[in-house]
Design a protein around this ligand. Structure first.
Ligand SMILES: CC(C)(COP(=O)(O)OP(=O)(O)OC[C@H]1O[C@@H](n2cnc3c(N)ncnc32)[C@H](O)[C@@H]1OP(=O)(O)O)[C@@H](O)C(=O)NCCC(=O)NCCS
Length: 198
């Protein structure tokens, strides 16, 4: 049962295109660029995660046509060799700003640090591509995601009233004023410590 796996990260390698994390226990996690064959799994995670999931055509467009888009997946490799896509992030890079367009982790793999890993890798890649700041919109009631973003230093800078079509919930606009490798390394270290304590 993957949701019950105790995770213990033993090695972290920061590479520009592939961040590999070896987990001592139940699976090895790799953060890598999204590929066309990942789309069905990514769409399923999106469908399980949002009341207004993206249409399949949106992911295809982002992957194949939008040159400003960077897309990553978190892939778990189990001891029997089986690989599972467990999370995804899409970031738009425009001028000096990285806009987090979507981030989701499969419900069975949540609260294991995978969302943080995806965001660390995506922000690091964005910074290496010259981005200075990061922004996103998040539902006002999505405390879990807001707590995650706060750990990176994102601050609420505005609100879009009744932004979401399904329930007219407000969107909070959150901004990270400077994408700073020192902060990313610090967040990564804290996550590592937390996992080591489990
Ligand atoms: C938000 C989401 C991506 C987090 O992914 P995750 O892999 O579970 O997150 P992590 O395990 O990396 O958690 C990192 C931090 O997020 C926050 N967090 C995550 N889940 C939380 C929860 N259920 N309640 C409170 N805080 C939570 C905490 O601050 C946590 O740090 P902590 O463990 O030190 O408390 C995931 O819950 C998800 O896919 N949600 C549905 C889609 C969504 O809301 N996406 C964001 C759109 S803006």
């Amino acid at each position: 049962m993957p949701g019950a796996c105790p995770l213990s990260i033993s090695i972290t390698m920061n590479l520009s295109r592939f961040d590999m994390i070896t987990l001592q226990a139940d699976f090895t996690l790799t953060i890598r660029p999204m590929a066309l064959e990942d789309l069905p799994a990514v769409q399923e995670i999106d469908r399980l995660s949002f009341t207004l999931p993206w249409p399949a055509s949106s992911f295809r467009y982002e992957l194949l046509e939008n040159e400003h888009s960077q897309l990553y997946v978190a892939e778990a490799q189990h001891p029997n060799g089986q690989k599972t896509i467990v999370g995804a992030i899409v970031v738009w890079l425009v001028v000096d700003e990285a806009h987090i367009a979507t981030l989701a982790v499969h419900p069975e793999y949540r609260q294991m640090g995978i969302g943080m890993r995806l965001l660390i890798s995506a922000l690091r890649a964005a910074q290496q591509a010259g981005m200075q700041i990061a922004t996103l919109e998040v539902r006002a009631g999505n405390w879990a995601a807001q707590a995650l973003y706060h750990q990176f230093g994102f601050q609420v800078v505005g609100k879009r009233s009744a932004y979401y079509q399904d329930n007219h919930e407000d969107a909070l606009i959150m901004t990270l004023p400077k994408i700073d490798e020192k902060i990313l390394a610090q967040v990564e270290q804290e996550l590592q410590k937390k996992i080591n304590r489990r």
